[in-house]
Design a protein. Structure first.
Length: 67
């Protein structure tokens, strides 16, 4: 895993490359988020199906956290 300095350097370089290509960083990031979601649709569906099979547990008043 990259340390904070490496992450910052990579972000600056990627931002500069994207700007040179006329691509907004937020648009590019959104595309990357969509890619990972699309690539893992089956995993998400399986996870949601497994979650739906779990019995719903209602929190008792004494178990709730009020912050």
């Amino acid at each position: 895993m990259a340390n904070r300095a490496e992450q910052n350097q990579n972000k600056r370089l990627a931002s500069a490359i994207l700007a040179a290509k006329g691509v907004k960083m937020d648009d590019w990031l959104n595309d990357k988020y969509q890619e990972i979601i699309t690539e893992n649709t089956n995993l998400l569906i399986k996870s949601m199906a497994a979650q739906a099979k779990q019995p719903v547990q209602e929190a008792k008043q004494e178990d709730r956290y009020d912050g």
